[in-house]
Design a protein around this ligand. Structure first.
Ligand code: NDP
Length: 248
């Protein structure tokens, strides 16, 4: 059966675990060849690639710290060289270093800004020429409800996720002429390693505040990303909440 993304190349940053893993598997299921980026967890990234290949797809595992501009550039070059021009870029790689504003160290501030915000710029600015050459495509950026609403102890993280909304809205204006749609997805609380640090009390509070009464699954974010990059042809510069009705 022909897939909606047959013949297309997608680069998913931070695809070794969690939401990025689910996005990589979902786009591969629809036929895309996937650049599976990871930073530290090589084995996990290789497991994702093996699962894609097992399902009849194509995957290339590439180590790169997106917070490093040279590594981000080399990541894009390798994907283009070995898989072909990039049609879909998912800026998913992200990290958190929770601490209140009064206690946050310079290193905690810089690491999160460098990864979540600067990393998105480094990867996107390198990938965009390939996307223009490919005749257009889709860029999806992982923002967060914390970028929209703030969150105690998440000053570094919330700042990056809010800034990424500005990034998306600006890039959408600049890249529309090249037929590149740029959108943000803003998840609420999703069950991944990132949220596994929450205490049972914190989890209960979040669940109580969520209309659907539970955490989300990575696959529930991945299906929205898949929709955007397949059928979201008239959608750009938009931010999509996927949070189970958290702040209602
Ligand atoms: P996880 O912590 O489970 O996974 C993070 C992924 O990002 C890993 O694959 C990791 O690679 C990769 N990564 C981290 N730093 C870098 C880096 N410097 N360079 C390259 N890759 C890196 O996170 P989630 O799956 O939970 O989150 C994915 C995205 O979704 C993030 O942007 C996050 O902010 C966002 N998000 C998550 C929410 C949640 O509730 N989970 C809610 C809202 C937004 P490796 O393992 O190889 O180091």
């Amino acid at each position: 059966m022909a897939g909606l993304l047959d013949g297309q190349v997608a680069l998913v940053t931070g695809a070794s675990r969690g939401i990025g893993r689910a996005i990589a598997l979902e786009l591969a299921r629809h036929g895309a060849a996937i650049g599976v980026n990871y930073n530290q967890q090589k084995e996990k990234a290789e497991e994702v690639a093996a699962e894609i290949v097992k399902g009849g797809g194509k995957a290339l595992v590439v180590q790169a710290n997106v917070a490093n501009p040279e590594q981000a550039s080399a990541l894009v070059d390798r994907v283009v060289k070995e898989l072909g021009p990039i049609r879909i870029l998912v800026n998913n790689a992200g990290t958190a270093a929770p601490r209140t504003l009064r206690r946050m160290s310079l290193e905690e501030w810089r690491t999160v800004i460098d990864t979540n915000l600067n990393g998105t710029f480094y990867v996107t600015s390198n990938a965009v020429n390939s996307m223009v050459e490919a005749g257009g495509g889709h860029i999806v950026v992982l923002s967060s409800i914390i970028g929209e609403e703030g969150g105690v102890g998440l000053i570094n993280y919330g700042t990056t996720k809010a800034a990424l909304i500005g990034f998306v809205k600006t890039a959408a204006r600049e890249l529309a002429r090249y037929k590149i749609n740029v959108n943000a997805v803003a998840p609420g609380w999703i069950d991944t390693d990132m949220t596994s640090v929450l205490t049972p009390e914190q989890r209960k509070e979040i669940i109580d505040d969520t209309l659907l009464g539970r955490f989300g699954k990575p696959e529930e974010v991945a299906s929205l990303v898949r929709y955007l990059v397949t059928e979201g042809t008239f959608i750009t510069g938009a931010v999509f909440d996927v949070n189970g009705g958290l702040r209602l």
